[in-house]
Ligand binder design. Structure first.
Ligand code: 5GP
Length: 344
């Protein structure tokens, strides 16, 4: 366990709102301006509350209410990055859904996240490196997705040539898998892929739906999130025909949301390890789940008795599957990885 902690790791599937520790949320709720919210929310953020998928999706809107200004958004980005750094994560791709609310427009939301990440890097010049994926939520209207893509394109033009220019490295589809249809979002992602040239990750196989799963594979995303509830036919297609599409594996999340009943039955154990299909271990929502990336590595390596060499190669795969395309940045990350691996 302590070795998994000292292992240098990369996090490729982490939703910003789900990464905020319960301790941090309780701290924000204690502030005088949050008195009303405190009454309804505090009990939900007690340590070790177990939640199913439906309950998780009820929790996110409350977290969104807690993040009620650009200053708080900035503060939680710092807090989340500090938590990953303390767990020896050297590279993290934070994904988040730009929202419209009293406090934010999608434009202000993305700009604030980028500013926070940029400032974090400047304050921690030798610290972890963060990149951002812009999320589209399938349970929100398609028009909302269209607006977010437009805003993302405008921001990318605006920040070209600044220290923030390389921070957005991808797009992703997430949100309540029981709602929305991939058919409706696909044209928007196709258009954005053409216009923005960004790699795309799709939440995939969280509920059993062969038609949608096959349509998502036909789209050839760069990575797939979860891939946990799949028919044998889809799993076989993924492993035999789509070997370039890395899977973001989120063990604790899948167990808590009851997508699988035990780790022994999880596709990472039953299929990915044996087939050597590329995958990366990720946390999904470590704040809500009370987990860390080290914990995810420890859970898997204890379940199937992996050698340190194999665990290190899984950690390396996390870097190889990253959406960061900047050769200099990648080279420096690989150097950091191998240096820290020797010290682990
Ligand atoms: P945010 O985008 O606000 O930073 O993070 C919270 C959002 O991430 C949720 O509203 C939801 O759309 C998405 N999300 C977080 N965890 C999961 C998950 O396990 N599955 C899916 N499909 N979406 C998730």
């Amino acid at each position: 366990r302590s070795w998994c902690k000292s292992l240098p790791k990369s996090e490729l599937h982490a939703h910003l709102s789900g990464c905020i520790s319960k301790e941090k949320i309780r701290e924000i709720l204690r502030r005088p301006e949050n008195e009303k919210l405190r009454a309804k929310a505090t009990s939900l953020f007690s340590p070790r509350t177990s939640l199913n998928l439906k309950e998780c999706f009820e929790l996110f809107p409350i977290i969104h209410e807690v993040i009620n200004s650009p200053a708080v958004l900035r503060e939680v980005v710092f807090s989340v990055l500090d938590d990953f750094a303390a767990d020896n994560v050297i590279y993290v791709e934070l994904r988040t859904t730009p929202r419209s609310s009293d406090a934010f427009t999608p434009q202000l939301y993305i700009s604030t996240v980028l500013e926070a990440v940029d400032s974090y890097h400047k304050e921690h010049p030798n610290g972890l490196l963060c990149r951002v994926l812009v999320s589209i939520s399938r349970h929100l209207p398609v028009e909302n997705a269209r607006e977010i893509m437009k805003v993302t394109e405008a921001i990318m033009k605006e920040i070209a040539g600044t220290t923030r220019a390389d921070l957005i490295v991808g797009l992703e589809l997430s949100g309540n898998p029981h709602r929305g249809s991939w058919d409706d979002f696909k044209p928007i992602f196709e258009d954005s892929r053409r216009r923005l040239h960004l790699p795309i990750s799709l939440h995939f196989g969280e509920v059993l739906d062969d038609k949608e799963a096959n349509a998502m594979l036909d789209f050839r995303p760069s990575r797939l999130g979860h891939a946990v509830v799949l028919s044998d036919a889809v799993a076989t297609r993924m492993i035999t025909e789509e070997r370039n599409i890395g899977v973001e594996v989120c063990i604790s999340s899948n167990l808590m949301t009851e997508s699988v009943t035990s780790l022994q039955e999880h596709p990472v154990v039953t299929k990915l390890l044996g087939s050597r299909h590329p995958f990366s271990l990720c946390t999904d929502d470590p704040g809500i789940l009370d987990t860390t990336l080290s914990e995810e590595y420890a859970r898997l390596s204890e379940c199937v008795a992996l050698s340190r060499e194999r665990v290190s190669s899984i950690a390396l795969k996390g870097l190889q599957l990253s959406f960061c395309r900047d050769e200099n940045v990648l080279e420096s990350l690989y150097r950091t990885f191998f240096r820290k691996l020797q010290q682990a």
